[in-house]
Design a binder for this molecule. Structure first.
Ligand code: GLN
Length: 231
């Protein structure tokens, strides 16, 4: 199939996270994956002139799927890290994020990351939060879950004392599903940027970056942003 990459008609597999609101999640009514990342990758594909077939999985499966080359593209609110960049290629950054802490609304004990020692802190396996907790909070009892929603549910049920996760995901969850039950505390802990992922040396990196820039320049990126993060 050499020679026609990036041209019209070619179809690529996209690995995504099965639940990371509001970037990717299943719309139960339509059976389609929806969210900021889903709109963005479909727009990138349109712009670059290829088709995409989306497959959802656990977050660590997306990372592994890039490393093995099993999928052509990965988009999953994936933080660009030096460590991942050794085995995966990334597009230019497309979203500024960071980490934060959620606790029960009634909690007055945990006000920032300084109060995590001896506490049960939930997060998701294979993520930057897990790594951050291991490196910076050896005194906390870290509990990892395959899906972040399970961590939030355990927090609501009082089985963990706090959850550490990506700011946009925590905020969205706290303002929607867990409104009045959970709140965020402290400052943004670690600035992070999301990138579209590719197997190492993929020829899709350049066309994807060009398409991304066009979408930023022509306002499409802002429209998608507004749809998912607008007030
Ligand atoms: N941004 C985090 C990471 O890359 C979590 C992403 C996710 O859960 N989809 O580790």
């Amino acid at each position: 199939s050499s020679g026609d990459e990036g041209k019209s008609g070619k179809s690529y597999t996209v690995a995504t996270d099965n639940n990371f609101v509001p970037f990717e999640f299943l719309n139960e009514d339509t059976g389609e994956m929806e969210g900021f990342d889903m709109d963005l990758i479909r727009a990138v594909a349109d712009e670059a002139g290829f088709e995409v077939e989306i497959e959802s999985m656990k977050f660590d499966g997306v990372v592994a799927g890039m490393q093995s080359g099993r999928y052509d593209i990965g988009i999953a609110g994936m933080t660009i890290t030096e460590e991942r960049a050794e085995t995966i290629d990334f597009s230019e950054p497309y979203y500024d994020a960071g980490l934060t802490i959620a606790v029960q609304e009634s909690n007055s004990d945990i006000k920032s990351e300084d109060d995590l020692a001896g506490k049960k802190v939930g997060t998701r396996s294979g993520t930057t939060s897990e790594q951050y907790l291991k490196e910076n909070h050896p005194d906390a009892e870290v509990v990892t879950f395959p899906g972040i929603v399970e961590a939030y549910m355990d927090l609501q049920a009082g089985r963990v004392d706090a959850v550490m996760y990506d700011v946009p995901n925590v905020k969205y969850y706290v303002n929607n599903d867990a409104k009045g039950e959970l709140k965020t505390v402290g400052e943004t802990l670690q600035g992070e940027q999301y990138g579209i992922a590719f197997p190492k040396d993929s020829e899709l990196v350049d066309p994807a970056n060009e398409a991304l820039q066009t979408l930023i320049d022509n306002g499409t990126y802002d429209d998608i942003y507004e749809e998912w993060f607008g007030e």
